[in-house]
Design a protein around this ligand. Structure first.
Ligand SMILES: [Zn+2]
Length: 329
């Protein structure tokens, strides 16, 4: 309990110091002051902050400066002492993906001269403003003016993707209020997604599901050589070449998505082999025109469980899904 240690060595909100310079309270009053200060500081810091300011204004060191004012001042001092002022508070990268290559890293540093027991939280901010704490980290005795970091992969406690949307990190000294990060270096906000658009360059949409005879996916045209990344991490199921149709292709079973992801007409053999685990956003190949392809494009299919030509069926929603991932950037 840092609070009590601090009080014991007199660095914070000592009621005797708060009363210094005024006609000295008697022993009974001083004791009362300590009791009130303890109560206020442990339970009512935030509520009393305003009261303390008022009390200080109303009683500028005259006969009115009694134990209650001293206690309020002590509580104010306590709240001030616990309020972290951030020098730096930044999340990178600003977009993170489920089963992705990188976690989001939050780096922060705070002002002052003393070590603090700190809590960091990652919070989801819904479009209606609702905030939900997703995860907490408690770190003891953190040094001031030093960069500290926490890392987070955007998944729930049971390993599923978190909601798509905006998240941020916030920091407080344990028992204190959350620090204002708005003037600190960096940006605390980031976005979390469960897929990434697989074609990483300028592109246009071609035929969708059902166009022509037996078209089971969505075509995305891009310059030959444009990078293709795994829309969702998972495990590679197949890698093969089919000269009459798919050309060089690869099929990946998505991690906890219940879908298979097929990428066709790659410019050459995929970079990943069967059994290999891949991350969301990992490079798996490049746009080509191998097999039966008119122009450089990715032919992309999504298949429901149990998967691609193994009992599942191709999903007409592939186009809408791709467009949604595309909007995420
Ligand atoms: Zn196609």
């Amino acid at each position: 309990m840092r609070f009590h240690q601090s009080r014991a060595n007199g660095t914070l909100g000592n009621p005797e110091e708060a009363g210094r310079g005024r006609p000295g309270p008697g022993p009974a009053e001083a004791l009362f002051g300590v009791a009130l200060a303890t109560l206020a500081a442990t339970a009512l810091i935030a509520a009393l902050s305003g009261v303390a300011a008022l009390a200080a204004d109303a009683a500028p060191g005259g006969a009115e400066a009694d134990g209650a004012a001293a206690a309020a001042q002590a509580a104010e001092a306590e709240a001030q002492a616990k309020r972290i002022v951030l020098l730096r508070a930044g999340a990178t990268p600003r977009k993170v993906y489920y089963a992705g290559l990188k976690p989001v890293t939050f780096r922060f540093a705070f002002k002052g001269k003393r070590k603090r027991d700190v809590q960091v939280q990652v919070v989801h901010r819904a479009q209606d403003g609702t905030r939900t704490v997703i995860k907490r980290w408690n770190r003891d005795d953190l040094e001031p003016k030093t960069v500290h970091k926490v890392q987070w992969r955007p998944r729930t406690a049971d390993g599923k993707p978190v909601k798509v949307g905006t998240y941020f990190f916030r920091v407080r000294e344990r028992g204190g209020q959350f620090a204002d990060g708005s003037k600190a270096e960096g940006n605390r906000n980031f976005k979390a997604f469960h897929h990434i658009f697989p074609v990483r360059g300028p592109h246009t949409y071609g035929d969708g599901v059902g166009a022509g005879r037996g078209h089971r996916g969505q075509d995305v045209f891009a310059k030959c050589g444009t990078k293709i990344v795994a829309a969702r991490g998972g495990t590679v199921k197949y890698r093969a070449y089919q000269g009459s149709a798919a050309g060089h292709y690869v099929v990946i079973k998505g991690r906890r998505s219940g879908m298979d992801y097929a990428y066709m007409h790659l410019h050459k053999r995929a970079r990943v082999k069967p059994g290999q685990k891949v991350k969301t956003g990992e490079l798996i190949g490049r746009v080509g025109a191998t097999g039966n392809a008119s122009g450089c494009h990715l032919h992309f299919e999504l298949w429901s469980k149990p998967g691609w030509y193994s009992g599942g069926s191709h999903m007409p929603s592939v186009t809408n899904k791709l467009r949604r991932w595309d909007r995420w950037g």
